[in-house]
Unconditional design. Structure first.
Length: 364
């Protein structure tokens, strides 16, 4: 019998999405008791638009909370970016490009911040459970396929083989006693694009709640985390993005004290000689996943939801369902096209209970 993994227990006390998720929060009618009002702010971070929406009974406190949430996201962007050569993540990746400096002939073990440790520890758990379908060491392949999309041409076999040789989650060694990280292959590059936005939304929600504002939602592209719902509402009403990006959503869920993340190739893909290549890569093969799909995952934290939706996109519907079952309170919905172009919907048994109009129990 398989036992569910407690993701919360694994990462301790801390708690890429291409397809858009629509988050709709009703304009707050003035509550007769606390007179809560809706406040929001939108900024660009991590290459996408982040939005913070909250309800407060005072503009000064609301503005302070919005600023604090965005500052937290910006700080995480500076630490976790694989674009910024000065980020903590980039400097860690650089340790695998220098000759080994210790007597064992290995690359150095580096002590990392609590934030980077949390994301890497969570990533490794998802990598292990998905048998490498999710892998933050995918950076060399990500860089290669980014260039392919930019130039609209496929990578040459030699470059692909060289990039793949530097990828492998088993070669990312984490020591929980010292909170040090060691890269064990030459020229490894870490890419947190499949999980960092989820962590940022979680942390932004926590920043707002810490100021005594529990009714808050944070959205970063296809990642959404929320605490308590808008006044008078059973939850934040979230529309699930359809497979075709210009179609309106047909399914909606209520989100409270949890997170939702969607990953898909609706807007990011490469077409060469009539063949479509997703921006989502299978780290095990070095190649993009085939076919069109959109995966939505519900979980207690967006850190988990964000990582899982990428892994499910790689694994496919049935193996993806099996993966999601391994994590407490996680649910999934996958929409994909079969070879004949027909849309197929696969979902975990508990997904429907979050839908609008259904009896609902929130993630714990």
């Amino acid at each position: 019998m398989k036992t569910k993994m407690s993701f919360r227990r694994y990462i301790g006390a801390i708690h890429f999405a291409a397809a858009l998720i629509w988050a709709t929060a009703p304009l707050a009618a003035a509550a007769p008791v606390d007179e809560l009002q809706r406040f929001s702010r939108t900024e660009l971070h991590m290459g996408v638009e982040f939005e913070v929406v909250l309800y407060s009974n005072g503009a000064r406190l609301a503005e302070r909370a919005l600023a604090k949430a965005m500052a937290r996201i910006a700080a995480l962007d500076r630490a976790l970016s694989d674009y910024d050569p000065e980020s903590e993540l980039s400097k860690l990746s650089e340790t695998s490009t220098v000759p080994p400096v210790n007597t064992t002939g290995n690359f150095p073990a580096v002590k990392v911040s609590d934030e980077l440790w949390t994301v890497l520890a969570a990533s490794q758990e998802i990598s292990q459970q998905s048998q490498g379908a999710f892998d933050v060491t995918v950076g060399p392949l990500t860089k290669l396929w980014r260039r392919a999309r930019r130039w609209k041409e496929l990578p040459d076999p030699e470059s692909l083989a060289a990039a793949k040789a530097s990828v492998g989650w088993e070669s990312l060694n984490l020591d929980p006693q010292t909170k040090t990280v060691q890269l064990r292959r030459p020229n490894m590059r870490l890419d947190l694009g499949g999980i960092a936005k989820g962590y940022a939304t979680d942390e932004a929600v926590k920043a707002v709640v810490a100021l005594g504002i529990p009714r808050v939602l944070v959205r970063g592209s296809g990642d959404i985390a929320a605490a308590k719902p808008p006044p008078g509402e059973p939850g934040w009403k979230i529309g699930i993005a359809p497979l075709k990006p210009d179609d309106p959503p047909q399914r909606f869920i209520y989100l409270t004290d949890g997170a939702i993340s969607t990953s898909g190739d609706a807007r990011q893909h490469l077409v060469v000689e009539g063949k479509r290549y997703s921006h989502i890569l299978d780290p095990r093969t070095g190649l993009p996943v085939s076919g069109r799909s959109s995966v939505t995952v519900l979980a207690p934290q967006d850190l988990l939801a964000d990582g899982l939706d990428t892994a499910v996109s790689v694994l496919g519907p049935e193996r993806g369902k099996e993966l999601v079952r391994r994590f407490d309170s996680a649910e999934m919905l996958m929409v994909y096209e079969d070879d004949g172009g027909q849309q197929i919907v696969v979902e975990s048994p508990g997904f429907k209970r979050f839908e609008v109009g259904q009896a609902r129990s929130r993630p714990q």
